[in-house]
Design a binder for this molecule. Structure first.
Ligand code: ACO
Length: 328
């Protein structure tokens, strides 16, 4: 038996692709240095830099929420795209640290920005959340379910940090990044390469004890990522019809500079390819790290409009998602 539906025409019948139209980011003003941390736990600037590359991270104020940061980043992306709030038909926030379960952070952002009638929902895929949400928005826009979408990654990791655990508290930071996705004639967001490996599902966790806190088997994750991510990167490039050498930039999840360097080394990229290293100044901001790093690179003019950039994220699950995008 076949199912036949009489569907209304797509809102953008002549536009079969989608692209990132604009980006925005927000970071709290408080900078926490490695020297600050060495007064809190038994650590040192030398250890943190050598093992992670991290020099500083931003920490949100006590009364500064995931919604506040998501709204600030999204407002900038919306203004950058030259759109009105009423143009947005879909808004999704990738986060794993939002304390609010309902209404969703996305619904709250819609309210703050005056977005009148968009479908609004949060998505939790850990640190791979933004690239996952970007793929979902791309699919929705190309299917005609929305003409413009807001995709946000926002995290307040400091809320789920055990500040007495030196193995994790030195890694994490707060922030948000956002992208406006618009229907387009061409493909500006390549097919996603995504998946998960449940055999290592416990390697990254939010342990829900008296208060949720971040925990991980650092070396398990390190080995998995440096072993598996290069092949996933090549797969995302292949699906976009490119070789890694064709890329203008690579923005991976910003967890550890040593991981970034190990992955990039295996991709054998030309010297001129721009590699995001925002982890040095922002630490690990989970689902915010990819849009934050990408937005900062484009704001600095390091990646020209139209340049092919590989986005690639991994995290709890263990999950991964990545795609090649054309820079706005
Ligand atoms: N300062 C000083 N010493 C420390 C610190 C610290 N901050 N933290 C740990 N140590 C000590 C340990 O106690 C250990 O001491 P010991 O040898 O006496 O037992 C020693 O340093 C080595 O510890 P390791 O955990 O083996 O250190 P490693 O080199 O593996 O670095 C790290 C740890 C940075 C976490 C690394 O394993 C890593 O980056 N893993 C990947 C994590 C990741 O990518 N997660 C991403 C998903 S989750 C997310 O993004 C939100």
């Amino acid at each position: 038996m076949s199912l036949s539906l009489s569907l209304p025409p797509s809102p953008s019948p002549s536009l079969s692709g989608s692209r990132i139209a604009a980006l925005g980011h927000y970071q709290p003003s408080r900078v926490l240095t490695n020297d600050d941390l060495s007064t809190m736990v038994d650590t040192s600037d030398e250890w943190i830099r050598r093992r992670t590359g991290i020099a500083t991270r931003r920490i949100a104020a006590t009364d500064e929420s995931v919604t506040d940061m998501a709204t600030a980043a999204a407002g900038k992306a919306l203004a950058g795209a030259g759109l009105q709030p009423s143009d947005i038909g879909l808004i999704t926030v990738a986060t794993c640290t939002a304390i609010d379960r309902c209404p969703s952070i996305a619904a709250q952002v819609a309210g703050r920005l005056g977005i009148p009638s968009a479908v609004a929902f949060d998505l939790n895929n850990g640190c791979a959340g933004f690239c996952t949400a970007l793929a979902c928005a791309d699919h929705s826009v190309r299917a005609g379910a929305a003409r413009h979408a807001l995709v946000i990654g926002a995290e307040k990791m400091s809320d789920v940090t055990d500040w007495t655990d030196r193995s994790t508290c030195v890694l994490l930071g707060d922030g948000a990044g956002a992208a406006v996705i618009s229907a387009a004639e061409d493909t500006g967001i390549g097919p996603v390469a995504w998946g998960s490996d449940p055999t290592r599902g416990d390697a990254v966790r939010l342990v829900d004890d008296w208060h949720p806190y971040f925990a991980q088997e650092g070396q398990t994750v390190f080995r998995w990522v440096t072993g598996e991510l290069p092949a996933i990167a090549r797969e995302a490039c292949h699906r976009a019809g490119l070789a890694p050498a064709d890329l203008a930039g690579v923005v991976t999840h910003q967890a550890n500079l040593r991981i970034i360097e190990a992955v990039v080394r295996q991709l054998d990229l030309p010297e001129q390819v721009v590699i995001a290293q925002d982890v040095v100044e922002s630490g690990n901001t989970s689902a915010a790290s990819v849009p934050l790093a990408l937005s900062k690179l484009t704001a600095r003019g390091d990646l020209p409009s139209g340049a092919p950039v590989l986005l690639l994220a991994f995290g709890g699950g263990l999950s991964w998602a990545g795609q090649v995008i054309a820079c706005p």
